[in-house]
Design a protein around this ligand. Structure first.
Ligand code: 13P
Ligand code: SF4
Length: 296
């Protein structure tokens, strides 16, 4: 199957991108793996005609926003429940109530929501984005935990949207204390989608790729990961001499595990699963995504 995918990708002039939470067999056949920010930037740099995006729908949409001339394929439909917690109509209404203050939208959102936002952010650049805004007040959507993390690191006022990741949001301080007790020498690294009580216990707060880099740069050799358990695969593969433990096994994103090798083959053969953002929405969303990328 892996050989077949390689041959098909070459024939179709396709590049395969995979998020760090994807199943191991998908990460193994991908040309590039990474976090949301890395993948969105990598999607703009490739000369391939087709992008096979192994992730969830908003990630494929972001690739389509940035590369409208390319065919972007999501091999099997998978959504992000947090992205579904904000709709464009509700955001427009909230903006009116807040008298038009700038809106920072996490990339885990639909293109239509990005289109009515001022700038996007990811878990890797949220503080930089907040500090770049020429206003002391802003609204952040959809993740309330990411917004509270940003609030703790800025003097600006951030209004919250009541969205959250159903997996990261389940991690409790008690879960972390139990994991720390089981692995007393391990460093605890958390994703900013975790609740504040969990982030308060973290030795470092990082995006998924940030966790991989942090573990590599650290002199410590064991880590508890406060994120979706899919990250255990790429991080252990990168640093086989170090030990990684999940903060909780319940952080398992079912949407991130939907794509299989057979889906990738079918998508390459039949060019199915295209994600294309309508041009009017795309142009407005591009403004918010590009502003974020230009900060790098
Ligand atoms: P990263 O951008 O840190 O990879 O996170 C994406 C995501 O969906 C986390 O749940
Ligand atoms: Fe969305 Fe959470 Fe899954 Fe990430 S882990 S894709 S935020 S539901």
């Amino acid at each position: 199957m892996k050989e077949k995918i390689k041959k098909l990708a070459k024939k179709k002039n396709a590049i395969i991108l995979a998020h760090n939470y994807q199943p191991p067999e998908i990460q193994d056949i991908a040309d590039l793996c990474g976090d949301s920010l890395e993948l969105s930037i990598k999607a703009t740099k490739t000369s391939a005609r087709v992008i096979i995006f192994c992730g969830v729908h908003f990630m494929a949409e972001t690739a389509s926003i940035l590369s409208p001339e390319k065919t972007v394929l999501l091999p099997r439909f998978a959504g992000c429940p947090m992205a579904d917690m904000v709709k464009p109509e509700a955001l427009v209404q909230k903006k009116k109530e807040l008298k038009g203050i700038p809106v920072v939208t996490y990339v885990n959102s639909s293109a239509a929501v990005k289109a009515v936002s001022d700038i996007c952010c990811t878990s890797a650049n949220v503080i930089k984005v907040v500090d770049s805004i020429g206003s002391d007040e802003m609204l952040m959507t959809p993740d309330k935990n990411l917004a509270q993390y940003a609030q703790a690191n800025t003097k600006k006022t951030i209004h919250l949207w009541d969205g959250y990741c159903p997996f990261h949001n389940t991690l409790t301080a008690d879960d972390v204390q139990k994991a720390k007790k089981a692995h007393p020498d391990a460093i605890f690294i958390a994703h900013p989608e975790c609740p504040p009580e969990v982030l308060n216990l973290a030795d470092s707060i990082q995006s998924t790729s940030g966790m991989i880099q942090f573990a590599g740069a650290s002199e410590q050799d064991s880590f508890i990961l406060g994120t979706e358990t899919g990250l255990l695969y790429p991080i252990s593969k990168t640093y086989p001499g170090k030990k990684f433990y999940p903060a909780s096994e319940k952080m398992y994103c079912t949407d991130m595990k939907k794509i299989g090798l057979d889906d990738v083959v079918r998508s390459l053969e039949d060019m199915t699963g295209e994600v294309k953002v309508p041009e009017e929405i795309r142009l407005n969303a591009l403004g918010a995504v590009q502003k974020m990328i230009d900060l790098k």
